[in-house]
Design a protein around this ligand. Structure first.
Ligand SMILES: [Zn+2]
Length: 231
């Protein structure tokens, strides 16, 4: 997708940011500025940058796992809705796809575990009642952010990693195209459930539902095209 610019390159993988990410940052800046002034704006933007640093590490998890199977990742792009590591091909074997899919969330599990361990060590040195120091509060916030990233990504629906995990598990017992079809159906079923709960009172679920519904359809059609172009 166009409208992105390269900001860095690590281990031969370009890191790009999409224009939607910059717009999102600008929106966070202005909306926090209105509420809490310039210090609030700085805090708001800093928080989003930390969140996306964790998203970026997650994407590198996918990229490194893919590299272990000889698959290159030319670039990782950060969008307002998250990151995408562009692999130059899908892993051949279902168990390889399983490992590549799980490697991303695993990075966030490790980050959360390290932070929680750090918080406990720090808290052990102090009284538990004095946990209100801003640094510990920040660490706890980033830790729970990573736990949320894991839970969100493991929703068994495309384009989430959980959808790929589900497809890989299904593909161990049936043809790849059929596994994709079933995983896409399950994802769309979940999207409908989310949408219903969304309309019952949580608008953010409607947004997630649309995201999943479109993602599932895309995955199914990409796979169909890939398969039919193969001899
Ligand atoms: Zn991922």
């Amino acid at each position: 997708m166009g409208s992105s610019l390269k900001i860095a390159s690590f281990f031969g993988i370009e890191v790009r940011i999409h224009v939607t990410f910059l717009l999102f940052l600008a929106w966070i800046w202005f909306s926090s500025y209105e509420l809490e002034g310039s210090s609030g704006a700085v805090k708001g933007v800093l928080f989003i940058l930390i969140l996306f640093a964790c998203v970026l590490l997650h994407e590198f998890g996918h990229a490194f796992a893919a590299r272990a199977f000889g698959i290159r990742t030319p670039d990782i792009t950060l969008y307002a809705i998250g990151g995408v590591a562009r692999l130059n091909r899908i892993p051949d074997k279902p168990w390889q796809e399983l490992i590549v899919a799980i490697a991303g969330p695993l990075v966030n599990v490790v980050i959360a575990a390290v932070l929680i361990f750090g918080i406990h060590v720090t808290a052990g040195l102090q009284q538990v009642e004095h946990l209100e120091s801003p640094r510990i509060e920040m660490l706890a916030k980033v830790a729970s952010l990573n736990v949320m990233l894991v839970l969100f990504n493991l929703i068994p629906a495309f384009p989430m990693d959980g959808g790929r995990v589900l497809r890989a598990l299904l593909a161990m017992t049936m043809p790849y195209a059929r596994a994709t079809q079933i995983a896409a159906r399950i994802g769309q079923g979940l999207a409908i459930v989310f949408a219903i709960f969304g309309f019952l009172g949580n608008p953010i679920l409607i947004f997630i539902a649309m995201f999943i519904f479109v993602g599932a359809q895309q995955e199914a059609s990409i796979t169909r095209a890939n398969r039919s172009s193969r001899p």
